[in-house]
Design a protein around this ligand. Sequence first.
Ligand SMILES: Cc1cc2nc3c(=O)[nH]c(=O)nc-3n(C[C@H](O)[C@H](O)[C@H](O)COP(=O)(O)OP(=O)(O)OC[C@H]3O[C@@H](n4cnc5c(N)ncnc54)[C@H](O)[C@@H]3O)c2cc1C
Length: 414
Amino acid sequence: MDNRARRAIVRRMDHDVILAGGGLAGSALAIALSQTGLSVALVDPVPAKTRGAEWFDGRSYALSIGSRNLLGAIGVWGAVAADAQPILDIRVSDGRAGEGPSPLTLHFDHAEIEEGPMGHMVEDRHLRPALLNALADVTLIEAGVTAQEAGPAGVRVTLTNGDSLSARVLIGCDGKRSAVAQRAGIRRTGWDYGQSALVAAISHEVDHGGVAHQFFMPEGPLAILPLKDNRASIVWTERRDRAKAITALPDADYLDVLRPRFGDFLGDIALAGARFTYPLGLSVANRFAAPRVALAGDAAHAVHPIAGQGLNAGLKDVAALAEVLALAKRRGEDIGRLDVLERYERWRRFDVATLALSTDAVNRLFSNDNPAVRLARNLGLAAVQRLSGLRRGFIREAAGLTGDNPKLLQGRPI
Ligand SMILES: Cc1cc2nc3c(=O)[nH]c(=O)nc-3n(C[C@H](O)[C@H](O)[C@H](O)COP(=O)(O)OP(=O)(O)OC[C@H]3O[C@@H](n4cnc5c(N)ncnc54)[C@H](O)[C@@H]3O)c2cc1C
């Protein structure tokens, strides 16, 4: 096909980008791409009104400094800042229900880095509506993608409402069971952890002081993450069958099971909202790019929430992909060409592999009651605690301050 014929087809495309999936990653990417002048259609079968509802998702996210920068650069941070709780300190300890944490605690203090708080806790009920409200320049389509066909100049997708749309690139942000990836022939690597995370907001008597706690229990980790107004978000990992039984308990019995794990360092506790349960698994796409297709967010990589890094990694994808596509557009390149999309894949591949392997290893090492393994990890925690350089390195990594960070993660426009 000569260039004139290709340009004629490109001009006839309905949009530059079709984005399948309007979750947190898809919405952030749609905003970032539309701000670079690309025309974006965001397709999701779940109505925006439902996704933006208070009860839609009980999670709260430990957002890194990089993620906060990105939300600032795309104009969303201002809408969540007042409700965001700074994380000033992280304490990691080994423990058993009823015994309290072991005395060997690893302690990360934000004073060890110059950038201020290591991150912020932001509740889904604030973040999701803030992103949805910033989609003014995006074409929103309430439907699912059911089919896709990549051609030499563009991609055509079919929707559940029977419509068909064309664009130069289709981006799958459709979650860990991404059908966009499947249809593009992209396989996944991963496994089910046989664990579920119980999530709830808890109110407590004593001020948390901005401290996040991670208790490693034999059944799985319990994270107690500070929220505004004397509340904390718990991410309580249990074996799937135990989690199912605990989920079925009435609120008072649920709290009775939680109390010995939680401890009494924050005084008495009570539920401060609905309870949620999330099954946990690892699922990483073997490729993030295929002809006319790219993947981002959980569609590219869903990891154990043990380090609170899943969405942070998804927002790094957003920043990298938006930068690659914006630069390609400026150079007059076809933004859906495989070699353009592979620049994004190369940028993200190593970071994602490292995250998947490290979260998997930490979950295996810490969800274990073998006395030798307990001793080894307690010694490991104590050793890291003594090595301030290593500790600083961990803090900078978790805060999203290391590596080849795209501009949006540095708070700079593309
Ligand atoms: C318990 C728990 C705690 C967590 N805590 C943290 C944390 O502290 N920090 C952190 O960084 N991360 C955390 N994470 C990870 C984070 O929640 C996820 O990485 C993030 O929510 C994924 O967002 P997403 O937009 O990529 O995918 P999803 O939220 O799965 O969104 C996918 C979207 O695609 C849509 N869709 C599905 N099929 C189609 C289709 N055919 N066509 C069009 N659209 C479709 C869906 O309706 C949905 O809106 C946690 C995860 C869990 C389970």
